[in-house]
Design a protein around this ligand. Structure first.
Ligand SMILES: N[C@@H]1[C@@H](O)[C@H](O)[C@@H](COP(=O)(O)O)O[C@@H]1O
Length: 325
């Protein structure tokens, strides 16, 4: 265990404990916003303190009335440099909120804007318990366990610390051939939709906007499985590809309904079903909250092979970080 990370988490969790908490906001952009969103889902399910997710600039411009000194604002920027996330954190701090920021870059502008800072590791060598989701889940379940002590939350933290890395590795190995097949079969698709609900929806969103649009320049849109029947299902046809992520929790009913319909009319469904995951080591009562993380690792491998078969590295951008915008 990285002791520096453990110390940073302890300080942030103690700070939350020392305050009266009226609400919790999660603020970031793009992939980082999608990273934070499952934490809001977990809080929504577990406690009655209201929480919400905002894209950074909207947080500043909308300026929620309830943002005040009883707020906790958790922001994230991988680079630590996204100006709107830095400004949103400064804005939250100016309103008296307790600010906690996650970043891969120590001493970045975001790092300096936040009151409490959480560094996470990144890259192929990083251990799951020290990467962005590992740190976020240790924070969220740590906060829950501090505010509402419960063995369930302690077991969730232990699941991250002792098992998540191996769970990721096993599921990556189990889906390696499927990832290669996806890369080969879908490399010429001009458009790929993603669909999910509940805690998995933000994964469908980030896969569509970050992996497919940003990193592969493939047209895409994330469809909420419940919303599918309220517009998007009209585009379903035999040659229209859908990646459908099915969860194992309370919203699976919506995933089933969308999948059942979609497979009647599309011959190109890529199903990522959390029921097939090997979740051994993750405490049974919180597996729903971890299935999206496993699906994320599985899908990242799919994207990796898509990029290899297309000869389009995931690192290539046309505009991002290359000009003013
Ligand atoms: N794919 C995401 C983008 O969607 C996002 O605009 C950006 C956010 O940056 P950061 O997390 O550094 O704030 O970077 C990531 O790569």
């Amino acid at each position: 265990m990285n002791q520096e990370h453990a110390q940073q988490l302890k300080a942030a969790i103690e700070a939350v404990k020392s305050r009266e908490i009226g609400n919790i906001y999660f603020v970031a952009c793009g992939g980082s916003m999608a990273t934070l969103t499952p934490a809001q889902y977990i809080l929504d399910r577990e406690i009655d303190i209201p929480s919400a997710v905002y894209s950074s600039n909207e947080f500043i411009l909308r300026s929620p009335k309830a943002l005040n000194d009883k707020s906790v604002v958790i922001s994230c920027s991988h680079s630590g440099n996204t100006p709107e996330t830095v400004e949103a954190t400064e804005f939250a701090r100016s309103k008296g909120a307790l600010t906690i920021s996650l970043s891969h870059l120590v001493d970045s502008p975001l790092w300096n804007a936040a009151e409490y800072r959480l560094h996470y590791d990144w890259g192929t060598e990083a251990r799951a318990e020290e990467n962005n989701y590992g740190i976020l889940y240790r924070l969220i379940f740590g906060i829950l366990n501090t505010l509402y002590p419960n063995e369930k939350y302690a077991r969730a933290v232990a699941s991250v610390e002792t098992s998540l890395h191996d769970v990721f590795e096993r599921n990556k190995a189990n889906t390696l051939e499927a990832a290669k097949a996806f890369g080969s079969d879908y490399k010429r698709e001009p458009i790929i939709y993603t669909m999910a609900s509940g805690i998995n929806y933000s994964l469908a969103y980030s896969f569509a906007i970050c992996l497919l649009q940003e990193m592969q320049w493939i047209h895409s849109s994330a469809i909420h499985a419940g919303e599918y029947f309220h517009g998007p299902f009209e585009v379903t046809d035999y040659d229209v590809p859908f990646i459908i992520i099915k969860g194992i929790g309370e919203t699976r009913l919506m995933d089933d309904r969308a999948h059942d319909f979609c497979q009647k009319f599309s011959d190109k469904i890529v199903l990522i079903d959390a029921e097939t995951f090997d979740m051994e080591g993750i405490s049974a009562e919180v597996r729903n909250y971890f299935a999206n993380l496993v699906a994320g690792v599985v899908l990242r491998q799919y994207a990796q092979y898509l990029s290899e078969f297309r000869g389009h590295p995931l690192s290539v951008r046309r505009y991002m970080w290359k000009m003013d915008y």
